[in-house]
Design a protein around this ligand. Sequence first.
Ligand code: I6G
Length: 675
Amino acid sequence: MTNHDEAAERVQVLRDEIAQHNYAYHDADAPLIPDSAYDKLVRELQDLEAEHPDLVTADSPTQLVGATPTTSFAPVTHRQRMMSLDNAFDADELREWAAKLARSLDGQAVPAYVCELKFDGLAVSIRYENGELVQAATRGNGKVGEDVTHNVRTIADVPQTLKGDPPAVIEVRGEVYLSLANFEALNAAQIEAGEKTYVNPRNTAAGALRQKDPTVTASRNLSFWSYQLGEVEGGPELTTHHETFELLKSLGLPVNDHSRVVSTVDEVLAFIAEYETARHDLPYDIDGIVTKVDSLAMQNSLGFTAKAPRWAIAYKLPPEEQTTTLLDIEVSVGAGGQVTPFARLDPVFVGGSTVGTATLHNQDQVKAKDVRPGDTVIVRKAGDVIPEVVGPVLSERPKGLKPWVFPTECPVCSTKLIRPEGEARNRCPNYQCPQQVRGRIEHFVSRGAMDIEGFGESRVDLFVSEGMLADVGDIYSLDFERIGAMEGFGQTSVDNLASAIEISKERPLGNMLFGLRIQHVGSTVGETLAAGFGNLDNLMAASVEQIAEIEGLGPIIAESVHRWFAEPANVAVIDKLRAAGLNLEGPEVEDVAQTLEGLVVVVSGGLEGFSRDDVQTAIKSRGGKSPGSVSKKTTALVVGENPGASKLSKAEELGIPQLDEAQFVELLASGKLPE
Ligand code: I6G
């Protein structure tokens, strides 16, 4: 077979495959592969067609825009074609695009570009006549889309009547999308109802837009950004693309304010680099950056290819979803006994690193996602967020795969697991479970607690499995002679360990209380208890009410602390610590300055230097309030690791200042928001 024959054969295979994926993505709203894999197929086809131009046919997917209109919605012929965009996958391709523009413009460099976010949603065209919404259609194949007017009318962002002075006819093009907050809320409701979860916001938005019943669409709370004009009759003369935004805004249409006019390709690349990170702070998904030539006269002279405008390009951001094989589902046991399912994956490169395990959160989530060992699954890793399994690719499920069953026994100590009423987590109730013992000791010796240097996870593991440590009290009666005889220990390391343990006896009482891993006692609560009672004996003798009376504490913490000291096994640990001579005296009581008097500070996501309870105590003990949600009354939102999308989007919507951890610490000290 000749090289040309082989190419022709491969082109046919690629076209069939791409057609299948186009249908799955655009028409069935159920993609079979991630976008990145689809892009690779299209790229391969484009390359082959470029090498063998005689193989290009009018019906090749490279010459068509996307979905074929289906029969379920009335067809709408676009008066101006709704094209898609050519893609660039790296900086070189973007520079090449800019160089080609300059060549087409007789060597004249483009003086200004507009960079915009590429929202991961569904393109629609909305037609207004005399200011009234008359029709809305999907892109379809670019020439003919589907009539989704009734459904688009339910989107709160889309005005039925334009404001100001609308042109006689104006077609507004933009993206219908589902915000992350609304997507999460929808999935939470699905889990609550025992139903399957939705895979991602984009497909959920697509499904919602193509509902037969507009009340179902309305219930999904879709959103809309406008970014481009189609047919226009009348209205002001525009000379640049960025003026379009002003016109759209003046008519009451939503325009995203992350766009930027820049003058060089380097600035375009800087914008892209900025949003490769900033995308994780946005309350919606984006999958790329669109760059357009700003001058409309230049756009006009550049024109279109069969498929896309020459004056625009979409830079694809690295994919945050990939598919891989789910090898197995296992469970891990935490220090508090919580049993968490996680996926063992065939390692896959996604979101900037190789991922071999991913969380499955809890039993209900595994059920709602219906992922089974052996499945091909979609794995998502967005920024620093822990990787998660989004769902199975059902079309690839091998026959006979059985649903995964949550274990009934602890994988470490074989105790029967429990799931307390109203809790999402299963637990191992055995306080002596070696995994929990290990977890508690690791926490006690850790930096924020007793800070015992040289007492890492592997040593905790070793001493627990050798039967030398059953609880944190045993740390202070370790047999160093025996340790010295163990493999891997020289005299110096034994001496260092012994001295680090000795030094820890002088740590503040607050650190020790934090180290005991009492529920709701973080480092600040530990300090508050130590300062509030002056010494451990006073605290142990206190009633729930007396504990709750301490400034910054409440009944939940008080109940938990009291319960912990009422447990004889815990008192036995305290006895060991007392006998070892640990510092059980609190600091001199000092008044905490009421810097946050009258302020409302909401916290979302984990902070490095504060546990969840610490944060609350730190705010409340300074006179501030810290409710669980953002409202008009909120002074500031503190944003930590993995913040909740709904709090972020609400803060953004209301213009509430967002602080990082360092700024929060400053606020605690000064009561003032950063400049
Ligand atoms: O698919 C698209 C996404 C975003 C676009 C687009 C866009 O601008 C922000 N702009 C054009 C001109 C087209 N598609 C054709």
